[in-house]
Ligand binder design. Structure first.
Ligand SMILES: [Zn+2]
Length: 285
């Protein structure tokens, strides 16, 4: 069965063809086009990848159950784009469209770092923070498919302005872009290089960054009681040392820390392919 998954990002569309076990057989990538040309590109990528059975598509933003993009922050002009209905009719295959972070979480759950878990939380620390939640062996979607907007839980009332229009969201303090703010304008790479050379300022920045990450992980643990939390995104994957600080801050931040089993904190394993792989797997179900 030829299952294709495509992750529509802010700058590129990344497509994969996967085999039965979810292994990537082939991949292609193209620059993300204007919203008006998106459906044509997705169609041609499916054909180029020799898809025949199903197509899954992960898109940032608010997606309806039928696969219509209501709004997407990274694609100006993407309003009511009927990706699912149009591609179903053009290709004659099952087409499933869903939030990109949900798709990435699904990939990590099915064949990645949360494989086999009945209760898991997946978090991606990128420019913002995306997430997905598995409860009782089911991917949780919520009444409207909007479950997993973990980055927008408010951790500081009247805090830093967020892209969502509110203030004090977790992603303003614990994402890749937050690291830049906490360090006073340094890139993540520079912070980590300075940290490794023993720089005191960098050590403080990393400790504060880890504390902020831990606050969100503790909140999610209190709400979901997961057995594992998978953390992905360039920030943690390129700098494994930060995870040690996160682990110790997390134990401090947890409610009733000494009376409960602590969830395992694992680093994501599918990397930038998680969204496309998850899309391919979910569409095949
Ligand atoms: Zn927000």
């Amino acid at each position: 069965m030829s299952r294709v998954g495509i992750d529509v990002g802010g700058t590129k569309c990344f497509g994969v063809l996967v085999d039965e076990g979810g292994q990537v057989v082939r991949e292609v990538r193209y620059p993300t086009p204007p919203a008006s040309e998106l459906i044509d590109l997705l169609q041609s990528m499916f054909v180029e990848l020799d898809g025949s059975a199903s197509l899954g598509i992960g898109v940032p933003g608010l997606i309806t159950a039928e696969g219509v993009i209501n709004a997407s922050p990274n694609m100006p002009g993407a309003k009511n784009v009927p990706v699912g209905p149009e591609l179903r009719s053009r290709l004659g295959v099952d087409v499933h469209v869903e939030n990109d972070a949900t798709m990435a979480a699904y990939g990590e759950w099915k064949i990645g770092a949360a494989r086999g878990a009945l209760d898991a939380v997946m978090i991606t620390l990128g420019t913002g923070i995306g997430g997905g939640i598995v409860m009782g062996g089911q991917l949780h979607r919520g009444a409207n498919g909007f479950t997993g907007e973990i980055g927008h839980m408010v951790v500081q009332r009247d805090g830093v302005q967020c892209v969502c229009g509110r203030r004090g969201c977790w992603e303003r303090y614990a994402s890749g872009s937050a690291l830049k703010m906490l360090s006073g304008g340094m890139s993540g790479e520079d912070v980590f290089a300075a940290y490794k050379s023993g720089d005191e300022h960098a050590k403080k920045v990393v400790a504060e960054f880890a504390d902020w990450i831990a606050v969100g992980l503790a909140n999610m643990t209190n709400i979901c009681d997961p057995e594992v939390i998978v953390i992905g995104g360039g920030v943690v994957q390129s700098f494994v040392e930060v995870m040690e600080s996160v682990r110790s801050s997390f134990v401090q931040a947890l409610y009733s820390s000494e009376y409960r089993a602590h969830p395992r904190l694992a680093v994501a394993v599918l990397g930038e392919r998680a969204g496309a792989i998850g899309s391919a797997l979910i569409a095949a179900e």
